[in-house]
Design a protein around this ligand. Structure first.
Ligand SMILES: Cc1cc2nc3c(=O)[nH]c(=O)nc-3n(C[C@H](O)[C@H](O)[C@H](O)COP(=O)(O)O)c2cc1C
Length: 367
């Protein structure tokens, strides 16, 4: 089966759900409507998204919570196990695992993903994260590598993983700078998709972007606004391309949506959960990890709202027409799709599927 049929066939603009596998989803709010990430709700969301014709389900990989006025991101499930479980409940949608290369050995990742790809009949995908969060690593007793070295480690991880996914009949040895002494590695069967499942990664640094260019089909990226989105696409098309690519690296915009019947309702709900009920302790913690010193106070305020609203992802706030217009604008800017976070992935999904997607279909973005 050709690689990544679910992402590359069908609709010209891919749509998926993003960030649903831990409490709070992409938001940092104390509002009672926040996502609790109970498994039965995740399952309900997945089935609805599948039957509604969305393309993919993509979780963040988190191992640890962050400080907040209330516990934030402390309740989370593991991403490979969720892909296996959700593949049994769904029929068409792509199921991604987000895998930390310093934590999950490539032989284990390959074996597990082959299992998921067979169980889902070719719907597995991987989001490769080379890791930055020492708090996560501390749980494993792992010391973070220097920045660019993480991507060298990631490239070796990818070489072993991709070789195993393509179905190895002849065992092989591998000696890299990071993965040494791998002996007689084999894995049958490989994946159903050939040569391996669809690969996503996410990074802004030159080292991270060249890693994406060498390994990934899609790059997840965040744009400040539409102007920045256009600059981002130009920067991506200027990246030196890896010689092995059959297709260009396709950018996916990470977004969050608050869609209501009217723009006023959507904006009021956004103000309520992302401003009045923002979890300011958690937002402070988030801001402390970023370079905000050079920003104007209004910019920090806007960013705080965006962090509380959706992890700084691209906001899609308004009526179905407003949300569709923003997605169409992202498409016109050069994005190949959007991964969308919601405050409540069960309650907020129907309006997206039933009211926004038909507008996108009319505009030629969806099949
Ligand atoms: C949209 C998006 C999603 C990400 N998801 C995760 C994740 O689930 N877990 C994680 O540890 N890192 C995640 N990251 C972090 C990246 O893998 C990477 O470490 C980070 O962007 C810094 O990379 P850079 O310094 O090369 O730009 C994500 C980044 C982006 C932009």
């Amino acid at each position: 089966m050709q690689k990544s049929i679910f992402m590359q066939g069908g609709a010209p603009f891919k749509l998926g759900l993003f960030g649903y596998l831990h409490d709070g989803g992409v938001s940092l709010t104390t509002a009672s409507e926040r996502w609790a990430a109970n498994w039965d709700d995740i399952a309900k969301m997945a089935v609805y998204a599948d039957e509604g014709g969305l393309d993919f389900l993509l979780p963040y990989a988190r191992w640890k919570g962050i400080p907040g006025e209330i516990p934030q991101r402390t309740w989370s499930f593991e991403t490979l196990a969720q892909a296996a479980a959700l593949s049994g409940l769904t029929k068409r949608i792509g199921v991604f695992s987000t895998v930390h290369t310093p934590i999950i050995h490539p032989v284990i990742a390959a074996k597990m993903m082959a299992t998921i790809d067979h169980a889902s009949h070719g719907r597995a995908g991987v989001n490769i994260v080379c890791g930055w969060n020492q708090d996560d690593f501390d749980m494993f007793g792992i010391e973070s590598l220097p920045h660019d070295e993480r991507y060298k480690h990631g490239r070796e991880w990818f070489e072993i993983w991709s070789r195993l996914m393509s179905g190895v009949t002849e065992p092989f040895d591998y000696d890299g700078d990071h993965f040494k002494g791998v002996r007689r590695a084999e894995a049958m069967p490989g994946s159903v998709q050939r040569p391996w499942p669809v690969v996503i990664s996410a990074a802004f640094s030159p080292a991270g972007r060249s890693f994406a260019m060498e390994t990934s089909d899609y790059l997840l990226t965040v744009a400040e606004d539409l102007e920045a989105a256009r600059r981002e696409i130009t920067a991506l098309s200027d990246l030196p391309s890896s010689g092995n690519r059959a297709e260009p690296l396709k950018p996916i915009a990470v977004c969050y949506a608050v869609c209501r019947e009217t723009r006023e309702e959507a904006e009021a709900f956004h103000r309520y959960y992302a401003e009045e009920k923002a979890d300011n302790v958690a937002v402070d913690y988030w801001v402390a990890g970023r370079q905000t010193q050079a920003m104007l106070p209004e910019a920090i305020y806007r960013m705080r709202t965006r962090i509380a609203g959706g992890n700084t992802n691209f906001p899609l706030v308004g009526s179905p027409q407003d949300v569709a217009d923003q997605l169409i604008a992202l498409h016109e800017a050069g994005f190949s799709g959007a991964g969308i976070g919601l405050v409540d992935y069960v309650a907020d999904l129907p309006i997206l599927v039933e009211n926004v997607v038909p507008i996108l279909a009319k505009a030629g973005l969806r099949a």
